[in-house]
Design a protein around this ligand. Structure first.
Ligand code: ASP
Length: 315
């Protein structure tokens, strides 16, 4: 019997109490992670995840999410999913109902969500639309960026969207995926990640959050890890998997996270945005690291009345 625990990245505190309620009553880590991330996705004040997330360069909200189960290393994910407010639940459906596959993207992911009976919704909030328009404003007036099908094939629009992607480096954040890692009473460990991704990204861009090994990795023998921040860097460093490999070699979670970030920071990258990472072991040890000071993670144990915050090691 393990003491249940749930931890998450910045802004996961919106969902952690729901996860702990499930864990306290003997529920599964998978249910807990999904419940926590659904609450985060439904938080309209959060512009980096779910409904209310910032859109791509064309003004369309495209969401990525994944779940990985430690005991089986089963993985389910969706990328660039449009029109469905809870991508984490669609990722879970991929995991459980379509084990032939691990990742569905774009149109196919939406088709699968529809087949599973998930409800569609307009995800672009007025606030996210305003922020996107402000970001797009310096681009050509002729392509001011209305999200209509008539603009979709427009060459000038395509060029302007690319220009927007090039003009905005990830420094123009803040931006931030949400990671949730949970350990349940049976000893199962699950890692979930959900995001609207790189703000104003090129349409179709999928980040590390949907990629096994990059933004999410979980192996019950050693622990789970997840990343936020510059996803392209995490993909190149295979960040989450690299953290878990270090746990396997005996590093404590904080040391493992810091070592991965130090190694990723050596990669040449013109967009020097930071990467952050978290790790949790099957025996309940936890830690995190970040490229900038002031970054924290939230945690709840069975005795917590509310999320407690821990500093991440600065690399
Ligand atoms: N890692 C995410 C991505 O690259 C973004 C983020 O954490 O803000 O899509």
């Amino acid at each position: 019997m393990t003491d249940p625990m749930v931890m998450g990245s910045e802004r996961s505190e919106v969902g952690l109490p729901a996860a702990m309620e499930i864990l306290r009553s003997g529920g599964s880590a998978l249910d807990a992670v999904e419940a926590a991330l659904r609450r985060c996705e439904d938080n309209l004040e959060d512009h980096y995840v779910g409904s209310g997330g910032l859109p791509n360069a064309r003004g369309e909200v495209e969401l990525d999410a994944s779940l990985m189960v430690g005991s089986s290393r089963a993985f389910g994910a969706v990328g660039a999913l449009k029109g469905y407010p809870n991508p984490i639940s669609v990722a879970r459906a991929v995991l459980e109902k379509l084990p032939q596959h691990a990742l569905l993207v774009g149109e196919g992911a939406a088709l699968f969500a529809e087949e599973c009976g998930f409800a569609t919704a307009e995800l672009l909030t007025e606030e996210a639309k305003r922020l996107w328009r402000e970001a797009l404003a310096p681009s050509s007036d002729s392509v001011e960026g209305e999200n209509t099908s008539s603009s979709a094939g427009d060459d000038a629009y395509r060029v302007a969207a690319l220009d927007l992607v090039r003009r905005l480096s990830p420094h123009d954040g803040p931006w931030g995926t949400i990671n949730v890692l949970a350990l349940d009473a049976s000893g199962e460990l699950v890692v979930g990640v959900s995001t609207s991704g790189y703000p104003y990204k090129y349409p179709g861009r999928v980040g590390d959050s949907a990629i096994a090994g990059a933004g999410n990795y979980c192996d019950l023998r050693y622990g789970g890890a997840a990343c936020t921040g510059r996803g392209e860097l995490s993909m190149r460093a295979i960040g989450a998997r690299a953290v878990v490999e270090r746990l396997a070699l005996g590093d404590d979670p904080e040391t493992a996270c810091a070592a991965m970030l130090a190694e990723a920071a050596m990669l040449p990258d013109d967009f020097r945005a930071e990467l952050r990472t978290l790790a949790l072991t099957p025996d309940g040890r936890h830690g995190g690291a970040a490229g900038q000071a002031g970054s924290v993670y939230a945690l709840m144990s069975v005795t917590s009345t509310e999320p407690e915050f821990y500093p991440r090691k600065v690399v």
